[in-house]
Design a protein around this ligand. Structure first.
Ligand code: AMP
Length: 116
């Protein structure tokens, strides 16, 4: 259930370097290479799923694990009380660049409201 050409699959397998913040049997979370906030972490399923478009009702457990990792990461990073933002980009209009489903975890500063 991995894609040999996928950079996030390689990070999960330890074949590419990344600063891993959290990892369990379902998900991995590592620091974004080009952080857009003081804390910018990517939460990804260990299984290769290209984007939210490929999620089916079979995947509700993995989707839940992705979200449930967020409060654990917030505790690790010491921002549980302050809060954070989660973003999932999908496809061309969503500006998704890496075709392995990921949730951006952003924190460490007050965010602008995304809808203005
Ligand atoms: P997206 O535009 O939602 O697909 O975001 C992809 C994110 O992956 C970007 O924020 C990149 O900075 C990040 N990224 C790309 N390659 C790596 C890498 N090798 N390690 C960590 N983050 C990466």
């Amino acid at each position: 259930m991995t894609d040999a050409s996928c950079i996030f699959c390689k990070i999960i397998a330890g074949e590419l370097p990344a600063e891993m913040v959290y990892q369990d049997e379902q998900v991995s979370a590592f620091r974004d290479l080009h952080p857009k906030a003081p804390i910018h972490i990517l939460i990804v399923p260990n299984m290769h799923i290209p984007s939210t478009n490929e999620l089916t009702s079979q995947d509700v457990t993995i989707a839940g694990h992705l979200l449930a990792a967020a409060p654990k990461i917030a505790e690790i990073e010491g921002i549980f009380e302050r809060g954070y933002r989660l973003i999932a980009n999908t496809g061309r209009d969503g500006r998704q660049e890496v075709p392995h489903l990921h949730v951006h975890f952003l924190g460490g500063q007050p965010m602008q409201h995304p809808l203005g």
